[in-house]
Write a protein that binds this ligand. Structure first.
Ligand code: BLA
Length: 509
């Protein structure tokens, strides 16, 4: 991939996408100071409210919104308190301009930001529809089916041509894990996209502001004026509902031949698990009221995923705990021997989904299942002496850190090693075999970024043609749950090992 690529990526991460100072043209934005003076507006204000930005900048906010509306907003804000939480008002007809608007109101630092979009009649019904759909989601037993249902429901709620569930991997590349689409579109399901397609600052922003619509990829964005306030600061549009997105991303969507895009964050355990990502071939706008219902839908889906993951984790830890309790009670009796310990570990092996097991205790090697050969294991033990003095050690690609392992990936290229004596010599090691993976990237990942000839500008790649990579030398990854089981086992084994070797010692005398 090379340094140039890395360089390009880091500058991608540096674009301050919340300070670009533009909104999308389907609505207007007004910023006011704490004492209700209009400090900025979007340049298109007149189109919606019949007043020009020049006429209202520096005057009371009531000149823009009317007294009645301002009164209502003040009431709302009192409920809001001083947090940064956003407020919504739907179908309000108290504004000048003669038609009903949906309003989004939030604080940005000292300022108040009010955004308005024309309301769509009938969209009051969407919240109820969302409730019904959530009722169905709750009863789906397995994860794959849950994901399939969610994309189908989102399609019904949005009418977008293609709805995908995009899941992040550990390395922040992502994969389309579920999809529903218009019949004539090519499928994206199963395709992988490099981490640079959604740079770090965008992912951080999507944690805080969970939904964004790009209603028309080709639309000219509208500036918010003045660009800088009297202290020279640009407006912070992090929590805006109309923020115009990065031009780099607009180019990306053009390259993909997308006319409108909508994405909703899916969170789990406080992290961005993925996105529900929707494409439409032509421009497509959804009312703020509908988007607010969709935001709630996404939040509920996140809760469902998270509680499911937590329940699985709890069950797994309980299983591990029961197992250890049994092991302790059986082995701390008078007769427990190292052979008995080994028998118990075979049970742990299956619990961890490992293919093989080796123990090296008091100079004796015991193995079962698929493992590298004896001399190779002894070499691994020496490697572990350097790598993992007294901690659990895990790798799913051993040859990267222990090059000789490249010769026996089929026997074990994933190791989870537990030191079981205070001296760094005795280990319990679980092995996982190589998992040869075919990864189909949507475009060659090393070419995800192009430098525009002769400038500093970056541009996303123009081609998404499938690019197949065969990943070798890796096993399935050890999960956080696997590591927790191993750590608990380490404590138990340290204790047991002392007892068992003591006993063996006594019997020898
Ligand atoms: C944002 N990139 C995004 C977003 C998505 C993707 C979903 C969120 C905004 C949205 O809803 O459209 C990527 N979209 C995808 C992927 C699929 C999809 C992977 O549908 C798969 C099917 N992008 C690049 C490069 C850069 C880049 C090279 O490819 C940087 C040089 C930047 N992507 C980029 C930026 C954003 C972004 C800056 C943030 C846009 C914003 O919110 O302002």
């Amino acid at each position: 991939a090379g340094e140039r690529w890395k360089d390009a990526l880091s500058s991608c991460d540096l674009e301050q996408i919340h300070y670009l100072g533009f909104v999308q043209p389907q609505g207007f934005l007004v910023e006011a100071s704490a004492d209700w003076i209009t400090t900025r507006t979007s340049a298109n204000l007149e189109q919606f409210l019949n007043v020009s930005p020049e006429a209202v900048l520096g005057t009371p906010l009531s000149e823009v919104l009317g007294r009645d509306m301002l009164h209502e907003i003040r009431g709302q804000l009192q409920m809001l308190g001083h947090g940064s939480g956003a407020q919504r008002l739907f179908g309000s007809d108290a504004l000048p301009g003669g038609r009903p608007f949906d309003l989004a109101i939030h604080r940005a630092g000292e300022s108040l930001v009010i955004e308005g979009e024309p309301a769509v009649q009938g969209d009051e019904q969407v919240a109820g529809f969302v409730q019904t759909l959530l009722g169905q989601l709750r009863h789906v037993p397995d994860l794959a089916r849950l994901c399939d249902l969610v994309v189908r429901q989102m399609r019904a709620l949005t009418g977008f041509d293609r709805v995908m569930l995009y899941r992040f991997h550990e390395d922040l590349s992502g994969e389309v894990v579920a999809e529903t689409r218009r019949g004539d579109l090519a499928p994206f399901k199963g395709l992988r996209y490099p981490a640079s397609d959604i740079p770090a600052q965008a992912r951080a922003l999507y944690l805080r502001n969970p939904i964004r619509l790009i209603a028309d990829v080709a639309a000219e964005p509208v500036p918010v004026l003045p660009a800088l306030d009297p202290s020279g600061r640009p407006i912070d549009l992090s929590m805006s509902v109309l923020r115009a997105v990065s031009p780099v991303h607009i180019q990306y969507l053009r390259n993909m031949q997308v006319g409108a895009s909508l994405s909703i964050s899916v969170l789990s355990g406080g992290r961005l698990w993925g996105l529900i990502a929707c494409h439409h071939a032509t421009p497509r706008n959804l009312s703020l009221q509908r988007r607010t219902a969709l935001e709630f839908f996404g939040e509920m889906f996140s809760f469902l995923l998270e509680s499911r993951a937590r329940a699985e984790e709890v069950a797994r830890r309980e299983e591990a705990r029961d197992f250890q309790t049994r092991m302790i009670s059986q082995l701390s009796g008078e007769t427990g021997s190292l052979d008995d310990v080994f028998q118990h570990l075979v049970g742990v092996q299956s619990m961890l989904g490992a293919d093989g097991l080796a123990t090296f205790i008091d100079g004796r090697l015991r193995t079962t299942g698929t493992t590298p050969g004896t001399s190779e294991i002894l070499e691994i033990m020496r490697f572990l002496n350097r790598a993992a003095a007294s901690k659990v050690y895990a790798s799913h690609a051993l040859s990267l850190v222990h090059p000789p392992a490249a010769h026996y990936t089929r026997q074990g290229c994933g190791v989870l090693a537990i030191p079981v004596s205070r001296r760094p010599r005795d280990y319990v090691v679980f092995f996982r075999r190589e998992l040869v993976q075919q990864v189909t990237w949507a475009g060659e990942p090393a070419k995800a970024v192009r430098r525009v000839e002769g400038t500093q500008q970056l541009s996303p790649r123009a081609s998404f043609a499938a690019w197949r990579e065969t990943v070798r030398g890796q096993s399935a990854q050890w999960s956080a749950g696997d590591l927790a089981i191993a750590e608990a086992l380490r404590m138990t084994l340290l204790e047991l090992m002392l007892q068992v070797t003591d006993r063996a010692e006594k019997q020898r005398k």
